[in-house]
Design a protein around this ligand. Structure first.
Ligand code: 1BN
Ligand code: ZN
Length: 366
């Protein structure tokens, strides 16, 4: 079942983003100022953690669904689709919900790429060193909340600051319950790739964020990503290097990781998983230590800025966007809508900005 919400609000409620003060001279021969706001992303991790554990069927997971929708409200003009399915846990039916968020804009054609994260947290801390805690739920500050927060903040930035809308944020449920009560991993993303919402669109690539805010995080080139989306992986890791973030983005092939990017790769979409090396380094993984004390603003900043920079280059540079055409949206609008004066007037007052429509033909497949 699919439930659709159009989230809109008065222009008076639009909040202005606080811009990142991080800027680099000599970067591509110009001063580059970034818009991604690491503080807001950090705060959104905190807000999720404040709801407690967010495993399927919990009160916390219900609340985080509302939290995500309410976060998009001030930025106006997002459509939110709740994609529901159910799964038996013991004898109980548990409802799982994928959340698909799309910015609405007149230049909307087809979603072009996805920013993805899982928002469920693990029912049991089954890797906790203290055996008595292994049946306690995980708080998932890094494993759950961090990916959601950075993807959400990046999505808001692309839409609001760059006026870019041909993408979706997809937040998966049921990623993190593998080997508990007979469940498998990746339930939400497996359901998503079978859905009409996925099949009806013509995606070029997807980026998954998982465990992206830990202290001293190290992101190696995850093996499936490298194999099936190597061009995009290289682009992201090179960009991180240029920005001075190579202590986080290590330019080496890492492990093969079962994660929510796999169902997309299996469906021929180049997908990259940015994930901390949880086996060797992220010791709080699936333990009671995955809480706010481990979350680090520098890591959030490195991930956010690297992706902002990579995506903006990818979407604007002529090497990646071919057949680029620029259309003055208002001029076009005027010509096309002379018969509908009132619609035009409403539109011009709410959106009197010059808009660019990019026509592109981007091939990221390896
Ligand atoms: C990612 C975050 N995963 C779990 N929490 C996926 C995973 C599944 C990682 C199995 C290792 C093994
Ligand atoms: Zn996990």
């Amino acid at each position: 079942m699919t439930i659709l919400f159009v989230v809109t609000c008065s222009p008076l409620l639009i909040l202005s983003n606080v811009h990142s003060s991080f800027s680099l001279s000599n970067y591509h021969s110009s001063v580059k100022t970034f818009k991604f706001n690491a503080t807001l992303a950090y705060d959104f991790i905190q807000k999720q953690v404040d709801l407690g554990s967010r495993y399927p069927g919990s009160e916390g997971i219900e609340e985080v669904r509302h939290l995500i929708a309410s976060e998009l409200l001030p930025t106006q003009n997002w459509v939110i689709i709740y994609q529901n399915f159910s799964k038996k846990w013991d004898d109980q039916d548990v409802i799982l919900v994928n959340i698909i968020c799309t910015p609405i804009s007149p230049n909307f054609t087809q979603p072009f790429f996805l920013l993805m994260a899982h928002y469920d947290t693990r029912l049991w801390a089954d890797k906790d060193p203290d055996l008595s805690k292994r049946k306690e739920p995980v708080l998932g500050a890094n494993d759950g909340a961090s990916g959601v927060a950075i993807a959400l903040e990046l999505g808001k930035t692309l839409f609001k600051e760059y006026n870019y809308s041909n993408f979706q944020l997809v937040f998966f449920d049921g990623e993190d319950q593998g080997q508990i009560l007979g469940w498998d991993w990746l339930l939400g993303s497996r359901f998503y790739v079978e859905s009409q919402e996925f099949k009806s669109q013509n995606l070029s690539f997807a980026i998954l964020l998982d465990m992206v805010a830990g202290k001293n995080a190290t992101f190696k080139r995850e093996k499936y990503s490298d194999q099936y989306a190597g061009t995009l992986v290289t682009k992201i890791w090179n960009e991180a290097d240029k920005l001075g973030f190579n202590k986080y983005f290590i330019n080496q092939t890492g492990s093969r990781i079962i994660d929510d990017h796999l169902p997309l790769i299996e469906n021929d979409i180049p997908a990259v998983d940015i994930i901390d090396d949880f086996v060797h380094r992220f010791k709080p993984w699936h333990t009671s230590f995955d809480n706010m004390t481990f979350i680090d603003m520098h890591t959030i900043n490195a991930v956010g800025l690297t992706l902002e920079s990579t995506l903006i280059q990818l979407l604007t540079s002529e090497g990646w966007l071919t057949n680029l055409t620029t259309i003055n949206y208002q001029t076009n609008f005027l010509i096309l809508n002379t018969l509908n004066f009132f619609i035009l007037l409403a539109s011009v007052t709410s959106r009197c900005k010059k808009r660019l429509i990019y026509r592109y033909n981007l091939n990221l497949k390896d």
